[in-house]
Design a protein around this ligand. Structure first.
Ligand code: GCV
Length: 715
């Protein structure tokens, strides 16, 4: 079914004038997200000095100049030793942002540089890190590279007045994860089924419209600014399903990509491109795309050289191969290592990387065949290839073994490939978590995934993604919607993705408060505390609320086929997609044990291979992912599976209604356009949650014949 055919009637009203803030210097009808002018009040009212040169330092100056013009501060700039010391011209300063290379440093910065060297040694800040310290009455941000200075500026913006508080202890910040990337599933041509943005719930693409690049890239620059301010440093600009027009971005339409790269560069964001593995055939006119063919290798080398001629800081390629109909090395009897290494070799001279996706499975399986298990596929394909990938191949692994469900175990691939660079992929766009019609703050989910320890020791998923050259990748939830993300509260997911990619140890609740504080500064109507408190209450647990009223106990995929919105318990049960729950009159769930099932539990190291194997020890929230159990099976909390299904679905729908009631308390305190948009979406969430509740409960009541112990009405 066409994604475009999914419901679209909610909240498409224009952003009201009051909320129509300038994003960057951009169009006035775009919401400013987490960078409203008020966020810059503290820096904009200070006397700032910037020391250093280059494009990104220019961005720092520009940001400060704009803030100072609004809030009465000043900004001076010293590009190098030849300049007169600007303190002499401007008097004292409150804020110094300096590159450590911009000698001679002004006294406060020199002091911080010396202290930083003494404590951490030379090179302690790296390519993107920075130090923040107070010396006397001056706040100093020190970086070794321009990108670090920009991140330091946005850190000060996040801190607001507290960055200037006396007694602030020195801090050093470096991103834990090197590749912090958003993948856009944007099509250049409007796809007849998937539309302009595949799984996009926020309008059209900010890059492309109806087969062409958008002429005005103001919006893209504002996007880069928002991303830099939360820590993202790379963007892939087209869908991993590469269709005919999109394939040409690599060659004759490369100029379109270069234009985007030019606009994102000042914010330290590198551009990547999804390419088709068949490019030598479909673009180069070669008879084959065989990765071991000399002509094919020469074609990729020459084509890649041309890419770097146009975009010298180009990040690299993203490839979905042999997956859901995309071409790949299997056609030529070659392995995924052969395929990935082909592109890696072409990119290596320019320090580019290939993000090779591990999302490879049989999407034409026979539902009657209970031995084939989609969950096993990525491991079965890739684990044997560990050690065979070039150093500039990053294997991009979906966080779970299936497909971005609201609950899945962590993919065993992350623990199976110690000799391969890994990026973990999460879905910021809410394909399976309410499609930006439902409030669903995903950071607690990602945090749980990142904190998972495959061996039960200190080696978490976050540590693996942070390993040498690893990454965290999110599928973007942004479109040309005035609120960026359709549902205004879904902005929090984009923000949190960047923040967790920078530092996976951050507390998602604290990140939420940070986002709320920046995005909803005190307004003329007052009630600021109520606004903050209410938003926190609504969003903090919203992922679990969503989980409660949708698919139970990790079973997943009870969505309507095609567009994946709303309930359809058997929607995928008799299809070729490998996404089954096997419910019958006696029980439900997928037996993935070694003892009697598909053996998927054996793909995990200890302790999890035994924990998941054991009916007693398996965590309840993943029970039906790993086991087929009778409805009367007793969970750890004493409830039966069937009663748990009823209880959580009643509770989840009630919680959805409570969200709307909470939101209503904020009427009159927020911009009316934003309030209305969220209210409309909450109406839909409440309706949809009831639909989920009734369909899931009725389905299992009819299958099992077991009545609700509390006698509630099940239709
Ligand atoms: C871009 C799921 C989605 C597809 C997506 C695919 C992928 O199957 O439904 O729209 O394709 O994942 O991640 O490649």
């Amino acid at each position: 079914m066409s994604d475009a055919a999914a419901p679209t009637r909610f909240g498409e009203g224009p952003l009201s004038r009051a909320a129509a803030r300038t994003a960057g210097d951009g169009p006035v009808d775009v919401h400013s997200a987490w960078l409203p002018p008020e966020a810059f009040r503290a820096v904009g009212s200070r006397r700032a000095l910037v020391c250093g040169a280059g494009t990104l330092v220019g961005t720092v100056r520009h940001e400060l100049a704009r803030a100072c013009a609004r809030y009465g501060g000043t900004v001076a700039w010293r590009s190098g030793p030849a300049d007169a010391a600007p303190e002499d011209r401007t008097g004292a300063v409150d804020l110094v942002l300096a590159l450590s290379t911009a000698a001679p440093l002004p006294a406060p910065a020199a002091e911080v540089a010396e202290e930083c060297r003494r404590r951490h040694g030379a090179g302690a800040l790296g390519a993107e890190g920075f130090a923040l310290a107070r010396t006397g009455d001056v706040t100093v941000v020190l970086a070794e590279e321009p990108a670090g200075l920009l991140h330091g500026l946005f850190h000060v913006v996040r801190l607001g007045e507290s960055a200037f508080g006396a007694g602030r202890r020195p801090e050093r910040h470096r991103p834990a994860v090197r590749l912090r990337m958003l993948d856009h599933w944007d099509n250049v041509d409007v796809h007849p089924v998937m539309g302009q943005v595949e799984r996009g719930y926020a309008g059209g693409s900010i890059f492309w419209r109806d087969g062409s690049p958008r002429g005005d890239l103001t919006r893209v620059r504002d996007y880069g600014r928002l991303l830099a301010a939360c820590g993202v440093n790379a963007v892939s600009v087209n869908n991993v399903n590469v269709h005919a027009t999109e394939a040409r971005l690599l060659t004759d339409r490369l100029g379109d990509v270069a234009a985007i790269a030019d606009v994102l560069r000042p914010y330290g964001i590198r551009v990547h491109l999804s390419v088709t593995f068949a490019a030598p055939v479909v673009l180069g006119g070669l008879p084959t795309a065989d990765p071991l063919d000399a002509g094919v290798r020469a074609w990729w080398a020459a084509t890649t050289r041309q890419v770097y001629d146009r975009v010298p800081d180009f990040g690299g390629y993203v490839v979905k191969a042999d997956s859901e109909g995309q071409p790949g090395p299997f056609t030529y009897g070659r392995s995924h290592a052969d395929g990935a290494n082909l592109l890696a070799d072409a990119l290596a001279p320019f320090w580019g990387v290939v993000h090779w996706r591990a999302f490879v499975y049989d999407h034409r399986q026979d539902w009657r065949d209970r031995s084939t298990d989609r969950a096993r596929a990525a491991f079965d394909h890739f684990a044997p290839l560990d050690g065979r990938f070039r150093p500039n191949v990053v294997l991009q692994v979906k966080h779970g073994p299936m497909d971005f469900q609201a609950r899945e175990p962590v993919s065993p691939v992350v623990a199976a490939m110690p000799a391969t660079r890994l990026a973990v992929e999460v879905q910021v766009t809410q394909e399976y978590t309410g499609q930006q019609r439902h409030v669903c703050y995903l950071a607690p989910w990602w945090s749980e995934l990142l904190g998972f320890a495959p061996w039960g020791d200190h080696r978490t998923v976050a540590a693996l993604a942070a390993g040498e050259g690893g990454g965290l990748v999110g599928v973007s939830n942004v479109g040309d919607d005035p609120f960026w993300t359709g549902h205004p509260l879904a902005q929090a997911n984009l923000y949190a993705f960047g923040r967790l990619a920078w530092d996976p140890r951050l507390d998602p609740a604290a990140v939420l408060d940070e986002w709320i504080g920046l995005t909803f500064p005190p307004g003329p109507a007052g009630g600021h505390d109520l606004v903050r408190r209410t938003l926190h209450e609504m969003m903090d647990d919203s992922w679990r609320t969503y989980e409660r009223y949708t698919a139970p106990l990790g079973v997943g995929f009870m969505v309507r086929p095609g567009h994946h919105y709303g309930p359809d318990v058997d929607g995928y049960e008799y299809t070729p997609w490998g996404t089954y729950h096997f419910a019958d009159r006696d029980g439900v769930g997928v037996d993935r044990t070694r003892a009697s099932g598909t053996g998927f539990t054996g793909q995990y190291p200890q302790p999890w291979r035994d924990v998941y194997e054991s009916l007693d020890r398996c965590p309840d929230d993943l029970l039906l992912f790993f086991h087929h159990v009778p409805y009367g099976h007793v969970l750890h909390d004493g409830s039966t599976v069937i009663q748990h299904i009823y209880d959580t679905h009643f509770a989840g729908a009630e919680e959805a209604a409570a969200l709307r009631a909470r939101w209503d308390r904020l009427d009159g305190l927020l911009d009316p356009g934003l309030h209305t948009r969220v209210r409309e979406r909450l109406d839909e969430q409440v309706r949809c949650a009831e639909e989920w509740r009734d369909q899931v409960n009725a389905y299992f009541f009819r299958k099992s014949g077991v009545p609700d112990a509390r006698g509630r009405r099940i239709p």
